[in-house]
Ligand binder design. Structure first.
Ligand SMILES: [Zn+2]
Length: 562
């Protein structure tokens, strides 16, 4: 008698091979059979007409803090995700000296838009070393499996103090030595990688660039040698990839003898740069290196609404004057005060923020019921305003005031220079890429792309109209086995005997995203964007059911990966 049998579903097993009808049997948390007719189970699920896939593995998240207060790791766990890796982009919370937490919080707030009040209240910081942080993570209950990486920012600040954050001088050889020793210790204790941010997009809240930005070869190579000694871990980098940059990271990965994983997005200032970087990654692979690019499956979506962290009116004195209003009060005032609306639109200050917003509105779209993440540029706020002979800001305000002031505009921030997802198609179908960049747990007031796995399947295999679709088995492979292997997680991402029973049972016809919304459920009443989904009939983590019909069951079987 099996513990569980999922019977007669359409199995998309994660290997990339064609869907087939089969029973999936589970015993003691592992898959024990995938065959046409499995024996009986204590529990049986009739999956006729449903998809059965491995649980999704999301290797690019920032749940470093959230996992310590939210055992349900939302929204990812509501999108079929059963494993998350965090500590990406060089930011995180260990190692940390007593009293140094404020800098790491400041860095996280600036880079990933997780408010200081939320982190100060939510994260306990009752650890100092990375191994102690891992022990704390292991001890917290959680709905899915988690893996942590060592962030360059924390490492540098721990060893160098303020000098590690202000870019005035490089570390001494002794400091490089101690950073290496700490990294080695963390990797041996179970960290999954070392991560660094080398992009001018990332700044701490205090305005300073991230510590890793100006790290030079001696430092990076010193850290690489530590990884070599430990013999484990991935090097993850978020970089602008200016000339010479890829070569440095490639050489570091070579010295480490470890895989290199690079974030890859299309940016408007250089829409073809991603192709050069991808070509460099491909060349490195041809030379036998393990290297991949982490790509997204939709535009990086900055959501703008009256309650989100970014929108056109943020720096307007009249808006600032309403800071103490509740969202409800502010909406009511906007509704009844035509003069206020007029001033917000026609009297806005000229500054860096408002100029950025002028541009943003040329690629922002009302996110209505259709939840169109591949919108037609003719439908941008700016284009419609031109057509109607109106000020784009007036239209933006009117649109954001819909739905009782809750409506959202989708600003296609990256991956959308061409006005459709053809570059994403190109990225997804490249053999050197895996799914990444969804940033679960981060940018909580402006981006909610942690829902990407749901979009990946529903849009790319079913709903897309503005270009070719992709086979389901290809997409599932890319979000399961391929992402798992990118981090050496050999035991998952495949529905086959002996593998971990992380399983989704999906009603594919019903699979869809719900609208993102602003909710106030973070510690200290902090706000974040939340997006749910429908169509996930069952999600299992290690054979234990964690989600049923889109709701958590309350089970918390997740483990720390070491
Ligand atoms: Zn990131």
């Amino acid at each position: 008698m099996h513990d569980l049998v999922i019977r007669g579903g359409t199995v998309v097993d994660g290997s990339g091979s064609a869907p087939r009808i089969a029973d999936v049997a589970v015993d003691n948390g592992l898959i024990t059979a995938v065959e046409p007719h499995a024996g009986p189970g204590h529990r049986e699920i009739d999956a006729t007409g449903l998809l059965v896939t491995p649980g999704f593995v999301d290797i690019h998240t920032h749940y470093d803090g959230q996992v310590t207060w939210d055992p349900f790791v939302t929204p990812s766990s509501l999108h079929g995700v059963t494993t998350v890796v965090f500590g990406n982009c060089g930011v995180g919370f260990a190692p940390v000296r007593k009293g140094a937490a404020p800098y790491l919080i400041n860095l996280m707030e600036g880079v990933e838009d997780i408010p200081e009040t939320v982190l100060s209240e939510g994260v306990t910081f009752d650890w100092e070393s990375f191994p102690q942080y891992l022990d704390a993570l292991a001890a917290t209950p959680k709905v899915l499996d988690i893996g942590a990486q060592v962030p360059h920012g924390a490492l540098r600040f721990y060893v160098m103090g303020e000098r590690g954050a202000d870019h005035a001088e490089p570390p001494t050889p002794e400091e490089i030595e101690s950073m290496g020793a700490l990294l080695e210790e963390a990797l041996r204790a179970g960290a999954l990688g070392f991560t660094t941010s080398r992009t001018v997009k990332h700044r701490a809240k205090d305005g300073r660039f991230t510590p890793g930005l100006t790290a030079h070869e001696p430092e990076l190579f010193g850290l690489a040698r530590a990884m070599k000694r430990a013999g484990r871990g991935v090097i993850e980098v978020n970089s602008d990839f200016d000339p010479g940059e890829f070569e440095i990271m490639r050489d570091a990965a070579r010295i480490a003898g470890r895989p290199l994983s690079c974030l890859l997005v299309q940016v408007d200032r250089a829409p073809d740069l991603w192709r050069e970087t991808l070509a460099q990654i491909r060349a490195a692979r041809q030379e036998g290196m393990e290297a991949n690019a982490q790509v997204g499956c939709r535009p990086i979506g900055v959501l703008m609404g009256l309650e989100t962290s970014i929108h056109p009116f943020l720096t307007h004195p009249e808006w600032v004057a309403m800071t103490d209003h509740t969202p409800e009060m502010r909406y009511r005032r906007l509704q009844r005060d035509a003069e206020l609306r007029r001033m917000l639109v026609y009297g806005h200050p000229q500054n860096e923020q408002t100029r950025a917003m002028d541009f943003a509105l040329t690629r922002s779209y009302l996110l209505d019921e259709t939840l169109n993440y591949e919108p037609d540029p003719q439908r941008s706020v700016d284009a419609i305003a031109q057509e109607q002979n109106r000020h784009p800001w007036e239209l933006a305000l009117e649109l954001m005031m819909r739905e009782n002031g809750k409506a959202l505009l989708l600003n296609t921030f990256e991956n959308y220079s061409g006005g459709d997802l053809s570059v994403v198609h190109e990225m997804l179908t490249d053999d050197a890429t895996v799914l990444g960049v969804a940033d679960g747990g981060a940018h909580v007031g402006l981006i909610c792309d942690a829902s990407s796995p749901t979009f990946l399947l529903s849009h790319w295999a079913r709903d897309r109209t503005r270009g070719p679709k992709l086979p389901l088995e290809f997409l599932v492979n890319k979000q399961t086995r391929r992402t798992a292997l990118a981090y050496g997680l050999e035991d998952r991402g495949l529905l086959a005997p002996g593998f971990k029973a992380d399983i989704n049972v999906i009603d594919f016809e019903q699979l869809r995203l719900h609208k993102p919304e602003v909710v106030y459920d973070l510690p200290a009443g902090g706000k974040r964007l939340m997006q749910r989904a429908q169509g996930y009939r069952h999600t299992f983590v290690g054979g234990c059911e964690t989600v049923r019909d889109g709701e958590h069951t309350g089970e918390l079987p997740g483990k720390l990966l070491r």
